[in-house]
Design a protein around this ligand. Structure first.
Ligand code: R5P
Length: 300
């Protein structure tokens, strides 16, 4: 493996423990202003130092990530369809390799839609992207998209992950499932697990734990971090599993402890400003919700 490629990969999967904590904020590329990611700059700022890498589109990287950061960028380079369009699987490569280099990408990410109408197009695009990116020593992360008509079980995910690896993907992102170990065993490159839709914090920590126990190098988690009421506390708890080998109970205890410490500090500093503390908080029900379910074929 070329030095540059190896070096970039080691920025994403930490060689000390062969683990990775990727923060996913690329959802807007087909979902638009996803709930709680309406202002990416504000969401990303406090979390950036707690993730090993950030999965992002070029638009959000340029507008919402400080260029002074040391956090490696995993640049999403595929797109073309939206949540209200006809078929989400109709994706193409939307970013040139030159622009990815200008953005100092540590890896390129794209989705493949195995079993969908556009399977051929997305799988061929993956092969071409690997060929191009390898010329510059840039690794490629293949995202195995899932959905209503695409399975989310061991059989389907094994097929999709293996096809991604066969095309030369250096990392494969997929979903956790029953018998996840089998998906990992039949994929010759590292697997990272997507968080999926928002679930209770403890469950998301359990998912993180199970994924690593099943052989994943880590998680590429988005909504279960920034849709949490306490994103920083949540990413710290996830990190304690990924890099600290914590079990679910101690990670959840850490989360609760950090949450309980947080407001105390806030109250202290606001003691004198009584009117501030009486400000009504925005009702959750007033907030526009981004659809959780993609109509067809994938669900985010
Ligand atoms: C979405 O389009 C992306 O591929 C996300 O990066 C991926 O789904 C991980 O984010 P989440 O944990 O929210 O599923």
């Amino acid at each position: 493996m070329d030095w540059g490629l190896q070096n970039r990969l080691s920025n994403i999967i930490k060689p000390q423990d062969n683990r990775a904590l990727m923060l996913a904020v690329d959802h807007g590329y087909f979902l638009g202003p996803t709930e709680k990611l309406e202002n990416p700059k504000k969401v990303i700022a406090p979390l950036l130092k707690y993730c090993d890498s950030l999965m992002v589109t070029r638009g959000i990287q340029r507008t919402s990530v400080p260029a002074t950061t040391n956090t490696p960028m995993v640049l999403r380079v595929s797109g073309g369809s939206s949540i209200i369009g006809e078929d989400l699987s109709q994706e193409d490569i939307t970013v040139s390799i030159q622009d990815a280099i200008r953005l100092n990408a540590s890896a390129l990410a794209m989705s493949i839609f195995v079993g969908s109408k556009y399977e051929y197009q997305t799988v061929v695009n993956l092969g071409k992207l690997v060929s191009e990116a390898e010329q510059y020593g840039i690794p490629v992360l293949a995202v195995t998209a899932v959905g209503k008509e695409l399975g989310k079980d061991e059989r389907y995910l094994s097929l999709a992950c293996r096809i991604a690896a066969e095309q030369g993907a250096h990392i494969v992102k997929t979903y956790y499932c029953e018998n996840f170990e089998k998906v990992v065993q039949s994929c010759p490159v590292p697997i990272i697990v997507a968080g999926g839709k928002k679930i209770p914090e403890r469950d998301a920590l359990q998912l993180t734990y199970n994924s690593i126990k099943g052989g994943a190098v880590g998680v590429d988690m988005g909504r279960n971090i920034w849709q949490s009421e306490h994103p920083v506390e949540m990413i710290k708890a996830v990190r304690s599993i990924v890099h600290g080998n914590a079990n679910v109970d101690s990670a959840y205890d850490l989360y609760k402890k950090l949450v309980s410490e947080g407001p105390k500090k806030k109250n202290k500093s606001k003691k004198s400003t009584q009117s501030e503390s009486k400000k009504p908080t925005q009702s959750k029900s007033n907030k526009a919700k981004t659809p959780e379910t993609k109509p067809n074929p994938t669900k985010k």
